[in-house]
Design a protein around this ligand. Structure first.
Ligand code: HSE
Length: 345
Protein backbone atom coordinates (compact mmCIF):
# COMPACT_ATOMS: atom_id res chain seq x y z
CA UNK A 1 0.00 0.00 0.00
CA UNK A 2 1.57 3.28 -1.12
CA UNK A 3 1.74 6.23 1.28
CA UNK A 4 0.10 9.35 -0.08
CA UNK A 5 2.39 12.38 0.11
CA UNK A 6 0.90 15.82 -0.45
CA UNK A 7 3.20 18.06 -2.44
CA UNK A 8 3.20 21.73 -3.32
CA UNK A 9 5.35 23.20 -6.04
CA UNK A 10 6.36 26.86 -5.78
CA UNK A 11 7.47 28.23 -9.15
CA UNK A 12 6.02 26.74 -12.34
CA UNK A 13 8.80 27.56 -14.79
CA UNK A 14 10.43 24.89 -16.93
CA UNK A 15 11.83 22.89 -14.00
CA UNK A 16 8.60 23.05 -11.97
CA UNK A 17 6.56 21.93 -14.95
CA UNK A 18 8.98 19.10 -15.76
CA UNK A 19 8.70 17.96 -12.15
CA UNK A 20 4.90 17.85 -12.46
CA UNK A 21 5.20 15.82 -15.67
CA UNK A 22 7.70 13.43 -14.06
CA UNK A 23 5.42 12.82 -11.07
CA UNK A 24 2.75 11.78 -13.56
CA UNK A 25 5.09 9.74 -15.78
CA UNK A 26 6.73 7.92 -12.85
CA UNK A 27 3.60 7.41 -10.75
CA UNK A 28 3.51 3.64 -11.22
CA UNK A 29 7.24 3.22 -10.52
CA UNK A 30 6.95 5.43 -7.43
CA UNK A 31 4.18 3.19 -6.12
CA UNK A 32 5.77 -0.16 -6.88
CA UNK A 33 9.44 0.62 -6.14
CA UNK A 34 9.08 3.10 -3.28
CA UNK A 35 5.49 2.74 -2.00
CA UNK A 36 4.96 6.45 -2.55
CA UNK A 37 1.97 8.16 -4.08
CA UNK A 38 2.94 11.80 -4.75
CA UNK A 39 -0.11 14.02 -5.05
CA UNK A 40 0.41 17.62 -6.13
CA UNK A 41 -2.15 19.61 -4.13
CA UNK A 42 -0.87 23.09 -4.91
CA UNK A 43 1.17 25.06 -7.42
CA UNK A 44 2.32 28.58 -6.56
CA UNK A 45 3.02 31.20 -9.19
CA UNK A 46 3.41 34.97 -9.21
CA UNK A 47 -0.05 35.66 -10.60
CA UNK A 48 -1.98 33.31 -8.39
CA UNK A 49 -1.81 29.71 -7.20
CA UNK A 50 -3.72 26.51 -7.77
CA UNK A 51 -4.97 24.51 -4.81
CA UNK A 52 -7.00 21.33 -4.66
CA UNK A 53 -7.00 19.17 -1.53
CA UNK A 54 -7.54 15.91 -3.48
CA UNK A 55 -4.83 16.73 -6.01
CA UNK A 56 -4.40 18.48 -9.33
CA UNK A 57 -3.84 16.86 -12.67
CA UNK A 58 -0.41 18.42 -12.67
CA UNK A 59 0.82 17.06 -16.01
CA UNK A 60 -2.21 18.44 -17.85
CA UNK A 61 -1.85 21.69 -15.94
CA UNK A 62 1.80 21.92 -17.00
CA UNK A 63 0.84 21.47 -20.66
CA UNK A 64 -1.94 24.04 -20.38
CA UNK A 65 0.41 26.50 -18.60
CA UNK A 66 2.93 26.08 -21.40
CA UNK A 67 0.30 26.95 -23.98
CA UNK A 68 -1.30 29.87 -22.11
CA UNK A 69 1.68 31.19 -20.10
CA UNK A 70 -0.55 31.34 -17.03
CA UNK A 71 -3.15 29.29 -15.13
CA UNK A 72 -5.78 31.25 -17.12
CA UNK A 73 -9.22 30.28 -15.82
CA UNK A 74 -8.27 27.01 -14.09
CA UNK A 75 -11.12 25.97 -11.72
CA UNK A 76 -8.70 25.62 -8.76
CA UNK A 77 -7.14 29.06 -9.21
CA UNK A 78 -6.77 31.25 -6.12
CA UNK A 79 -5.89 34.44 -7.95
CA UNK A 80 -4.74 36.33 -4.85
CA UNK A 81 -2.61 33.53 -3.37
CA UNK A 82 1.16 33.83 -3.58
CA UNK A 83 3.50 30.97 -2.66
CA UNK A 84 3.42 31.82 1.05
CA UNK A 85 -0.39 31.66 1.15
CA UNK A 86 -0.24 28.23 -0.43
CA UNK A 87 2.38 26.97 2.04
CA UNK A 88 0.27 28.24 4.96
CA UNK A 89 -3.00 26.77 3.69
CA UNK A 90 -2.35 23.59 1.71
CA UNK A 91 -1.34 21.24 4.58
CA UNK A 92 1.34 19.68 2.43
CA UNK A 93 4.03 17.19 3.43
CA UNK A 94 6.68 18.44 1.00
CA UNK A 95 7.49 21.77 -0.63
CA UNK A 96 9.22 21.61 -4.01
CA UNK A 97 10.83 25.03 -4.47
CA UNK A 98 11.58 25.95 -8.09
CA UNK A 99 11.17 29.72 -8.21
CA UNK A 100 14.00 31.44 -10.13
CA UNK A 101 17.28 31.77 -8.23
CA UNK A 102 17.93 35.25 -6.86
CA UNK A 103 21.32 35.18 -5.20
CA UNK A 104 21.40 38.64 -3.63
CA UNK A 105 18.52 38.11 -1.17
CA UNK A 106 17.50 34.50 -1.82
CA UNK A 107 13.89 35.67 -2.12
CA UNK A 108 11.09 34.73 -2.52
CA UNK A 109 12.38 31.19 -2.01
CA UNK A 110 14.03 32.01 1.33
CA UNK A 111 10.67 33.03 2.85
CA UNK A 112 8.95 30.02 1.30
CA UNK A 113 11.51 27.64 2.77
CA UNK A 114 11.56 29.26 6.21
CA UNK A 115 7.77 29.07 6.35
CA UNK A 116 7.66 25.46 5.20
CA UNK A 117 10.33 24.25 7.61
CA UNK A 118 8.76 26.14 10.51
CA UNK A 119 5.52 24.30 9.73
CA UNK A 120 7.23 20.90 9.70
CA UNK A 121 7.09 20.54 5.92
CA UNK A 122 10.03 18.80 4.17
CA UNK A 123 11.75 20.96 1.56
CA UNK A 124 13.34 19.98 -1.75
CA UNK A 125 14.83 22.92 -3.63
CA UNK A 126 16.24 23.62 -7.06
CA UNK A 127 16.73 27.24 -6.06
CA UNK A 128 20.26 28.05 -4.90
CA UNK A 129 19.61 31.52 -3.47
CA UNK A 130 18.36 30.63 0.03
CA UNK A 131 21.28 28.30 0.69
CA UNK A 132 23.88 30.75 -0.53
CA UNK A 133 22.51 33.31 1.91
CA UNK A 134 21.22 31.24 4.84
CA UNK A 135 22.41 27.65 4.61
CA UNK A 136 23.30 27.32 8.30
CA UNK A 137 20.09 28.97 9.49
CA UNK A 138 17.94 26.74 7.26
CA UNK A 139 19.69 23.49 8.13
CA UNK A 140 19.42 24.45 11.82
CA UNK A 141 15.69 25.05 11.42
CA UNK A 142 15.24 21.75 9.56
CA UNK A 143 17.06 19.90 12.37
CA UNK A 144 15.00 21.64 15.03
CA UNK A 145 11.74 20.75 13.26
CA UNK A 146 12.99 17.23 12.40
CA UNK A 147 12.29 17.60 8.70
CA UNK A 148 14.43 17.04 5.61
CA UNK A 149 15.99 19.78 3.55
CA UNK A 150 17.40 18.55 0.24
CA UNK A 151 19.22 20.61 -2.36
CA UNK A 152 20.67 18.27 -5.00
CA UNK A 153 18.86 20.10 -7.79
CA UNK A 154 20.46 23.38 -6.69
CA UNK A 155 23.97 21.91 -6.72
CA UNK A 156 24.50 20.69 -10.30
CA UNK A 157 21.13 18.90 -10.53
CA UNK A 158 21.38 15.55 -12.33
CA UNK A 159 25.09 15.28 -11.50
CA UNK A 160 25.23 13.88 -7.96
CA UNK A 161 27.52 16.15 -5.93
CA UNK A 162 26.32 16.66 -2.36
CA UNK A 163 24.84 13.13 -2.17
CA UNK A 164 28.19 11.62 -3.03
CA UNK A 165 30.06 13.63 -0.41
CA UNK A 166 27.48 13.10 2.32
CA UNK A 167 26.76 9.44 1.69
CA UNK A 168 29.61 7.79 -0.19
CA UNK A 169 32.42 9.84 1.41
CA UNK A 170 30.91 9.87 4.91
CA UNK A 171 33.68 9.93 7.51
CA UNK A 172 36.33 11.21 5.10
CA UNK A 173 37.56 14.78 5.31
CA UNK A 174 37.25 16.50 1.97
CA UNK A 175 40.41 18.48 1.30
CA UNK A 176 39.70 19.65 -2.22
CA UNK A 177 36.82 19.92 -4.68
CA UNK A 178 37.25 20.50 -8.40
CA UNK A 179 34.25 20.70 -10.65
CA UNK A 180 33.02 21.36 -14.15
CA UNK A 181 29.73 22.55 -12.75
CA UNK A 182 28.14 24.53 -15.57
CA UNK A 183 26.74 22.69 -18.59
CA UNK A 184 26.45 25.79 -20.77
CA UNK A 185 30.09 26.82 -20.60
CA UNK A 186 31.28 23.25 -21.00
CA UNK A 187 29.04 22.86 -24.04
CA UNK A 188 30.40 26.10 -25.54
CA UNK A 189 34.06 25.14 -24.99
CA UNK A 190 33.42 21.65 -26.36
CA UNK A 191 31.69 22.93 -29.51
CA UNK A 192 34.51 25.42 -30.09
CA UNK A 193 37.17 22.74 -29.74
CA UNK A 194 35.51 19.87 -31.59
CA UNK A 195 33.32 21.64 -34.17
CA UNK A 196 35.17 24.90 -34.78
CA UNK A 197 32.17 27.00 -33.71
CA UNK A 198 32.96 30.51 -32.59
CA UNK A 199 31.91 31.67 -29.14
CA UNK A 200 28.68 33.39 -30.24
CA UNK A 201 27.52 30.42 -32.35
CA UNK A 202 28.19 27.95 -29.56
CA UNK A 203 26.38 30.13 -26.99
CA UNK A 204 23.35 30.39 -29.31
CA UNK A 205 23.27 26.57 -29.56
CA UNK A 206 23.39 26.23 -25.77
CA UNK A 207 20.51 28.68 -25.47
CA UNK A 208 18.49 26.78 -28.07
CA UNK A 209 18.96 23.58 -26.04
CA UNK A 210 17.50 25.32 -22.96
CA UNK A 211 20.55 24.72 -20.76
CA UNK A 212 21.67 28.36 -20.51
CA UNK A 213 20.22 30.64 -17.87
CA UNK A 214 17.65 33.22 -19.04
CA UNK A 215 20.49 35.70 -18.61
CA UNK A 216 23.46 33.71 -20.00
CA UNK A 217 25.90 36.12 -18.34
CA UNK A 218 25.31 34.02 -15.24
CA UNK A 219 26.80 31.04 -17.07
CA UNK A 220 29.57 32.56 -19.14
CA UNK A 221 30.92 34.95 -16.50
CA UNK A 222 31.20 32.04 -14.06
CA UNK A 223 28.51 33.18 -11.61
CA UNK A 224 26.57 29.90 -11.83
CA UNK A 225 29.74 27.89 -11.21
CA UNK A 226 30.66 30.14 -8.26
CA UNK A 227 27.16 29.75 -6.79
CA UNK A 228 27.26 25.95 -7.07
CA UNK A 229 30.83 25.78 -5.77
CA UNK A 230 29.97 27.90 -2.71
CA UNK A 231 26.99 25.64 -1.98
CA UNK A 232 28.90 22.39 -2.39
CA UNK A 233 31.88 23.69 -0.41
CA UNK A 234 29.72 24.88 2.46
CA UNK A 235 27.85 21.59 2.70
CA UNK A 236 30.74 19.21 2.06
CA UNK A 237 33.74 21.04 3.55
CA UNK A 238 31.99 22.89 6.37
CA UNK A 239 33.02 26.23 4.85
CA UNK A 240 31.01 29.41 5.06
CA UNK A 241 31.58 30.99 1.65
CA UNK A 242 29.33 33.33 -0.27
CA UNK A 243 29.67 33.51 -4.07
CA UNK A 244 31.38 36.87 -3.54
CA UNK A 245 34.17 35.05 -1.69
CA UNK A 246 34.86 32.98 -4.80
CA UNK A 247 37.51 34.47 -7.09
CA UNK A 248 35.90 34.37 -10.54
CA UNK A 249 36.93 34.53 -14.18
CA UNK A 250 34.47 33.36 -16.85
CA UNK A 251 34.76 32.43 -20.53
CA UNK A 252 32.76 35.31 -22.08
CA UNK A 253 34.13 36.22 -25.50
CA UNK A 254 36.72 33.41 -25.45
CA UNK A 255 38.43 33.27 -28.85
CA UNK A 256 38.33 30.19 -31.03
CA UNK A 257 42.10 30.50 -31.51
CA UNK A 258 42.70 30.26 -27.76
CA UNK A 259 40.61 27.08 -27.40
CA UNK A 260 42.11 25.48 -30.48
CA UNK A 261 45.70 26.34 -29.62
CA UNK A 262 45.24 24.75 -26.17
CA UNK A 263 43.91 21.67 -27.95
CA UNK A 264 46.85 21.63 -30.38
CA UNK A 265 49.15 21.68 -27.34
CA UNK A 266 47.38 18.59 -25.98
CA UNK A 267 45.34 20.43 -23.32
CA UNK A 268 41.57 20.67 -22.88
CA UNK A 269 40.09 23.98 -21.81
CA UNK A 270 37.33 23.72 -19.21
CA UNK A 271 35.75 26.20 -16.82
CA UNK A 272 36.74 24.74 -13.45
CA UNK A 273 35.51 25.66 -10.00
CA UNK A 274 37.97 24.58 -7.32
CA UNK A 275 38.01 24.85 -3.53
CA UNK A 276 40.86 23.84 -1.23
CA UNK A 277 41.48 23.71 2.48
CA UNK A 278 44.89 25.11 3.46
CA UNK A 279 47.06 23.95 6.36
CA UNK A 280 45.45 26.50 8.67
CA UNK A 281 42.04 25.00 7.86
CA UNK A 282 40.84 27.92 5.72
CA UNK A 283 38.86 27.12 2.58
CA UNK A 284 39.40 29.25 -0.50
CA UNK A 285 37.64 28.90 -3.84
CA UNK A 286 38.04 30.09 -7.40
CA UNK A 287 36.43 29.72 -10.80
CA UNK A 288 38.57 30.10 -13.92
CA UNK A 289 39.23 28.57 -17.33
CA UNK A 290 41.80 25.82 -16.85
CA UNK A 291 43.96 23.91 -19.34
CA UNK A 292 43.59 20.30 -18.24
CA UNK A 293 45.99 17.55 -19.28
CA UNK A 294 44.19 14.63 -20.98
CA UNK A 295 44.70 12.37 -17.95
CA UNK A 296 42.94 14.79 -15.59
CA UNK A 297 39.66 13.16 -14.39
CA UNK A 298 37.64 16.16 -15.64
CA UNK A 299 39.30 16.34 -19.07
CA UNK A 300 36.81 13.89 -20.57
CA UNK A 301 33.70 15.73 -19.36
CA UNK A 302 32.33 16.69 -22.78
CA UNK A 303 29.45 18.83 -24.03
CA UNK A 304 26.71 19.73 -21.59
CA UNK A 305 27.90 17.12 -19.11
CA UNK A 306 29.35 18.13 -15.78
CA UNK A 307 31.75 16.49 -13.37
CA UNK A 308 33.14 16.74 -9.88
CA UNK A 309 36.29 15.40 -8.25
CA UNK A 310 36.63 15.17 -4.48
CA UNK A 311 40.00 14.61 -2.84
CA UNK A 312 39.75 13.40 0.73
CA UNK A 313 42.10 12.32 3.50
CA UNK A 314 41.14 8.65 3.44
CA UNK A 315 39.52 7.84 0.09
CA UNK A 316 41.87 9.81 -2.19
CA UNK A 317 40.38 11.05 -5.47
CA UNK A 318 36.77 10.25 -6.37
CA UNK A 319 35.18 11.59 -9.55
CA UNK A 320 31.58 11.59 -10.75
CA UNK A 321 30.76 12.59 -14.31
CA UNK A 322 27.55 13.03 -16.27
CA UNK A 323 23.96 14.00 -15.65
CA UNK A 324 21.57 15.76 -17.96
CA UNK A 325 21.91 19.56 -18.00
CA UNK A 326 18.35 20.48 -18.81
CA UNK A 327 15.04 21.09 -17.03
CA UNK A 328 14.15 17.38 -17.13
CA UNK A 329 17.48 16.49 -15.51
CA UNK A 330 16.92 19.13 -12.82
CA UNK A 331 13.38 17.85 -12.25
CA UNK A 332 14.73 14.30 -11.95
CA UNK A 333 17.13 15.53 -9.24
CA UNK A 334 14.13 16.98 -7.38
CA UNK A 335 12.34 13.65 -7.69
CA UNK A 336 15.42 11.80 -6.40
CA UNK A 337 15.58 14.03 -3.33
CA UNK A 338 11.85 13.61 -2.79
CA UNK A 339 12.13 9.80 -2.89
CA UNK A 340 15.17 9.79 -0.65
CA UNK A 341 13.38 11.74 2.09
CA UNK A 342 11.10 8.76 2.54
CA UNK A 343 13.62 5.99 1.83
CA UNK A 344 15.95 7.11 4.58
CA UNK A 345 13.43 8.18 7.20
N1 HSE B 1 22.59 27.07 -16.70
C1 HSE B 1 23.03 26.01 -15.86
C2 HSE B 1 24.07 25.19 -16.59
C3 HSE B 1 21.90 25.12 -15.47
O1 HSE B 1 24.37 25.48 -17.74
O2 HSE B 1 24.62 24.27 -16.00
C4 HSE B 1 21.33 25.48 -14.13
O3 HSE B 1 22.28 25.53 -13.11
Amino acid sequence: MATEIKVIVCGFGRVGREFAKLVHEKAERMRTAYSLDAVIVGIGELNGSLHHTRGLDAAKTADAFERAGSFADHPSLKADWQGLDLIRSAQADVLIETTPTEVRTGEPALSHIREALARGIHVVSANKGPFIRAYRELTGLAREKKVSLKISAAAAAALPTIDVAETCLAGAEILEVEGVLNGTTNFILTRMRTNGRNYEEALAEAQALGIAETDPTLDVEGFDTANKLALITNVCMGADLTPEDVERTGIAGMSLAEVQSASAAGKIMRLVGAARRDEAGRVSARVAPALLPPDHPLAGVEGAEKGITYTSDTMDRVTVVGGKSDPRGAAAALLKDFINIYRHS
